[in-house]
Design a binder for this molecule. Structure first.
Ligand code: ADP
Ligand code: ASP
Ligand code: MG
Length: 410
């Protein structure tokens, strides 16, 4: 049995007309004799609406109940699309996360998949030609509904493809593929025909929301080639694949940005062993992803600690820090939400020096002040004021000549 997994995002299922476009892709794959698992997101804007509704009812909505609420978005999409397929004479049915089942841990709102029972779904594929599966959702071992974090339908798609050892895994979206940077921000952005798992991991973790980071982790772990492409054209998109020798020749492959960030500074903490652990331990226990961290040199036995977190976690972070403030002897805690991360990414950086210097020079030429810096083997990230985001993306894109095909020099 040839199995094809196709995942369609929110904009692709936003209306009847768009679902009819989706249907063309599904019917074309079926006409080639494939069995399909079609993974759908909620209709565009629906998840945001549901979260806003929850926030009207509760200051900090209970995560488990929030998951019950937001999964209704995907439930609507799969029901409507399965109706369309049936009306077109296709043997199809909808499947919610718990019906697959997509088994996850109990970390509500950001659950991880722990198991997918493929026997059941394979048996269903004998009976049906198309299974329309709700993305983003699963259930834990107690039967409670969970979600996989924002953008999680990508992960549902790749995970089901990995579990079923599908022949093809296609992620259909509103752009033609993975670009050198967000094509909606920079008109010079160029579509990449291939990108490595590692580059895509960095791009996704640095804010390129075209693929959720966990979907790329899955793809890399189980070696699933992922084809990112457009619902609205037949052009080939971008293959996300394992690195090969030729890919190392490219120094920088993309620029990512992340506006959903906040910077927090804890002032005048006592500079002694255990203080960093006292600050970051409780944040980690609550699942808050701390990214860039700077500890200033100490003066008179006291120091400041500055770090970035996802903006959505700011309220929780401040509550937790207020709780540890006395223990660490902090005099003050301040935060800033007008910041944004801009990152330069490329596997070729491993073997070249001077990439960071070139990025800093380009930003300084435009008078963009760098507030914090962090680096990894294949990435340089600068925290800057949010108002400079588009300028910084353009400037870096141009500095590394990403609009041009081929390798880029340093
Ligand atoms: P979907 O609803 O299909 O899951 P998303 O909105 O989650 O789609 O992701 C697609 C969006 O990702 C694009 O519209 C684009 O604005 C954004 N994006 C950010 N960085 C990139 C990039 N490097 N390449 C392509 N798209 C990107
Ligand atoms: N509907 C969910 C979200 O908006 C999941 C997804 O679209 O991938 O985050
Ligand atoms: Mg998405």
């Amino acid at each position: 049995m040839n199995i094809v997994v196709q995942k369609f995002g929110g904009t692709s299922v936003a209306s009847l007309e768009r679902m009819q476009q989706v249907m063309k892709k599904v019917l074309a794959a079926r006409a080639h004799g494939n069995k399909l698992v079609v993974v759908l997101s909620a209709m565009s804007g629906e998840t945001n609406k549901l979260i806003a509704l929850a926030n009207q009812f509760s200051e900090e909505p209970d995560p488990a109940e929030l998951d019950v609420l937001v999964t209704t978005g995907e439930q609507i999409s799969v029901a409507l699309f399965a109706m369309l397929l049936k009306d077109a004479g296709v043997k199809a049915r909808s499947l919610l996360g718990y019906q697959v089942p997509i088994e996850t841990d109990s970390d509500f709102c950001r659950a991880r998949i722990v198991n997918i029972d493929t026997d059941r779904i394979r048996a269903m594929l004998e009976e049906y030609d198309v299974l329309v599966m709700a993305g983003f959702q699963g259930c834990d071992c107690h039967g409670r509904i969970t979600t996989l974090g924002r953008g999680g339908s990508d992960t549902s798609g790749v995970a089901i493809a990995a579990a079923l050892k599908a022949d093809t895994c296609e992620i259909y979206t509103d752009v033609d593929g993975v670009y050198t940077t967000d094509p909606n921000i920079c008109s010079q952005a160029r579509k990449l025909s291939r990108v490595t798992y590692d580059e895509m991991l960095e791009m996704a973790s640095m804010g390129a929301k075209v693929l959720q980071i966990r979907s790329v982790e899955f793809a890399k772990k189980y070696n699933v080639p992922v084809h990112v492409r457009s619902t609205f054209s037949d052009e080939p998109g971008t293959m996300v694949i394992q690195e090969d020798k030729s890919m190392e020749a490219v120094l920088v492959s993309g620029i990512a940005y992340d506006k959903d960030q906040a910077r927090v500074t804890v002032y005048d903490v006592i500079d002694q062993p255990g203080v960093a652990a006292a600050i970051f331990g409780p944040l980690a226990e609550d699942g808050i992803l701390v990214d860039m961290i700077i500890q200033n040199t100490s003066r008179e036995g006291r120091t400041d600690m500055t770090f970035t977190i996802p903006r959505a976690d700011l309220k929780k972070t401040m509550r937790i820090l207020e709780g540890t403030k006395a223990q660490i002897g902090a005099k003050d805690i301040q935060y800033d939400t007008g910041v944004c991360k801009v990152s330069v990414i490329g596997v070729g950086m491993r073997n070249h020096s001077g990439v960071a210097a070139k990025a800093f020079a380009a930003l300084s030429k435009e008078n963009v002040n760098i507030l914090m810096i962090s680096t990894s083997e294949i990435k340089i990230t600068c925290l800057i004021e949010e108002k400079y985001m588009a300028l910084a993306v353009h400037t870096l894109h141009e500095a590394f000549e990403l609009g041009k095909n081929g390798t880029n020099a340093c």
